[in-house]
Design a protein around this ligand. Structure first.
Ligand code: ATP
Length: 338
């Protein structure tokens, strides 16, 4: 087992509350993503797990053992940052073998472990090169191999893909998730990129202002956001205000079939696919913005109550701002917010 639990974790710097009472578990063998806007406390949370920061309140537990006051070098965490922080005076193999050397592993064993990891990451042929002679993507792989070489209790990745081009990012995402699953590594993945977190993580914690807004699988968070912050941060959503009565919601300009267990004013989150374009849709809307994205086009359109809704159209069809379109709403893609 190697899990990590944060209990009521709080970190303040003077008046600044960076992390505000976080309860969270990184389960054995999972990749848990932490996403949230700049300054929400992602890096502070990661640094507290690594032991570089001591919490103001709360505890950090590794497999149920309190490590809150254990120094970083005794925690056995693997770190991968955006800046690769490789040792330029050493070869790639020596970089990867460095951690095991510090742990006292015999020379043959650490060389074998380094070569095995380099092969797994498909960079075996770079073993004798110096880090400065490598591309960004290659250096990132070496950084990952080096962090994994110590067989960490938890692998901590802080925005590791920043600075890499889009194609390389996509390839590395698949490689990293495959490798971590094969090695059954427990990992925390910090990113501000919600799409990256959706693609790579088993579960995601959405942070805002030092607190956890929601934790769940990517699908749970996308389909059932608990509040407007999550609905907007993960994917795009249109928030609709309506009145619930007898289990149904009246939006003013149309009535939804969706059943809700409440009455009074409600807020609903509608994903772009909740709006269907068609000649016979009951809702008349005016296109206000058109963004062509290749295989699809993102439209915003003003519905009769003045709300601008975001929807997707087939990229093969052409729309112009000012045009009137007919919409219908797919109730199954509308979600009641708490
Ligand atoms: P980003 O995505 O921009 O890296 P983040 O979510 O990782 O942001 P943190 O770096 O954890 O955010 O910072 C959380 C808050 O704590 C911020 O308001 C930041 O200014 C503050 N903070 C972080 N470290 C310190 C420090 N050493 N001294 C004072 N304030 C700090």
């Amino acid at each position: 087992m190697s899990d990590v639990t944060l209990e009521a974790l709080t970190k303040t710097y003077g008046d600044e509350v960076a992390v505000d009472g976080i309860d969270l578990t990184i389960r054995d063998g999972e990749i848990l993503g932490i996403v949230g806007p700049s300054g929400c406390g992602k890096t502070t949370t990661l640094r507290t797990i690594a032991g570089f920061e001591t919490p103001t309140h709360g505890r950090v537990l590794f497999d149920g053992v309190d490590v809150t006051h254990v120094p970083p070098e005794e925690r056995n965490t693997g770190l991968v940052f955006q800046s690769y922080a490789l040792f330029d005076t050493m070869t790639v193999r020596e970089n990867v073998a460095f951690g095991p050397k510090m742990q006292g592993a015999p020379k043959d064993e650490r060389r074998d472990r380094a070569d095995e990891l380099l092969a797994l990451l498909d960079i075996g042929e770079l073993a004798d090169r110096r880090p400065t002679t490598l591309s960004g993507g290659q250096q990132q792989r070496v950084g990952l191999a080096r962090a994994l070489a110590i067989e960490p209790h938890v692998l901590l990745l802080d925005e590791p893909m920043t600075g890499l081009d889009a194609e390389l990012k996509t390839r590395l995402r698949e490689e990293i998730t495959g490798l971590l699953a094969d090695l059954e590594v427990t990992a925390l993945y910090v990113t501000h990129d919600q799409e990256e977190a959706m693609a790579m993580c088993d579960r995601i914690a959405v942070l805002n202002d030092g607190t956890v807004e929601q934790v769940g699988t990517p699908a749970e968070i996308y389909r059932y956001p608990t509040n407007s912050f999550v609905a907007n941060f993960i994917g795009s959503s249109t928030l609709l205000e309506g009145t619930a009565e007898n289990g149904h919601v009246d939006l003013g300009f149309t009535e939804l079939g969706l059943e809700v267990p409440t009455s009074g004013t409600v807020t609903l989150a509608a994903r772009p696919k909740a709006f269907d374009l068609g000649d016979t849709g009951p809702i008349s809307a005016e296109v206000t913005n058109v963004t062509y994205l290749g295989d699809r086009t993102r439209l915003t359109a003003r519905v009769p109550d003045g709300t601008n809704v975001t929807l997707h159209a087939d990229g093969m069809e052409t729309y112009q701002p000012g045009e009137t379109v007919s919409l219908s709403i797919d109730d199954t893609r509308i979600h009641l917010l708490e």
